[in-house]
Design a protein around this ligand. Sequence first.
Ligand SMILES: NC(=O)c1ccc[n+]([C@@H]2O[C@H](COP(=O)([O-])OP(=O)(O)OC[C@H]3O[C@@H](n4cnc5c(N)ncnc54)[C@H](OP(=O)(O)O)[C@@H]3O)[C@@H](O)[C@H]2O)c1
Length: 260
Amino acid sequence: MSNSLRIAVITGASSGIGGEFVRQIDCEEHYDEIWVIARRKDRLEALQETVQTMLRVMPLDLTDKDAIKQYGAALAETRPVIGLLINAAGFGKIGKTEDMSLEECDNMIDLNCRAAIDMTQASLPYMDTGSRIMEICSTAAFQPFQYLNIYAATKAFLLRYSRALRWELIPRGIIVTAVCPYWVKDTEFIGTAKKTKDSSYIKSFPLSSKMKSVVAISLHDSRMGCAVSTPSPVSTLHRFFGKVFPDSALMSIWEGLRRV
Ligand SMILES: NC(=O)c1ccc[n+]([C@@H]2O[C@H](COP(=O)([O-])OP(=O)(O)OC[C@H]3O[C@@H](n4cnc5c(N)ncnc54)[C@H](OP(=O)(O)O)[C@@H]3O)[C@@H](O)[C@H]2O)c1
């Protein structure tokens, strides 16, 4: 595999955390190409103006199973070595669970869970010793969250999946890191999450992080081989509380916090 093209693959690269990963990886790591995946082709193409590394733009809707087939076909044709896979595509919806449409529920599960797993499965045959996987989860994975219910459940799923996969891949020398950010305010995530029948169930997003620091810390953690990256003091504290307090206690605290 030594003469193969060495690439990084980043989903959700058309905005927010995914786009910031592309920019920081361009400066700090060396790949022949970065493959960038999201639905908005124009945004992916515009990213090329901000980085030196050659981008391969793949405009795909990852909730569509055919998208994974197209990604797999591109891999089979190019036969690269994937040095880094980052599954950053994801979205959440704030509101009462019974108010969510079936489409919102299914798309959240399809993108945050199925697509992340399918992307990982499709990529694994092309990974080598030293390759890394970063699954972008959330602090929402650390406890059940009423009024962010389905999203939090999808991220809990992804966190569990990432942790077990890490152990399975130790013999191959592939590192898996589950990245668990707290609210990040300078991406499109919160705006998208609020577009629901009634998003007033979560009133504010105090102590939010910024994507630059979330990406810098989580990339560092991935290079250090961490199993879980909590890229802010709030997310680190939340992880600790998630281990020492029962879910019911954390949900009671959240019941107060979400109203403030
Ligand atoms: N911001 C936060 O508060 C926060 C906190 C914890 C974890 N996270 C996680 O961080 C990740 C990145 O979120 P972000 O904050 O950067 O939000 P964002 O700015 O909304 O970015 C989401 C990305 O996902 C892509 N995407 C959405 N639906 C897709 C689909 N069907 N197929 C392919 N790509 C799709 C979007 O691109 P297109 O619209 O072009 O498809 C976009 O590039 C997500 O997994 C999110 O759950 C965010």
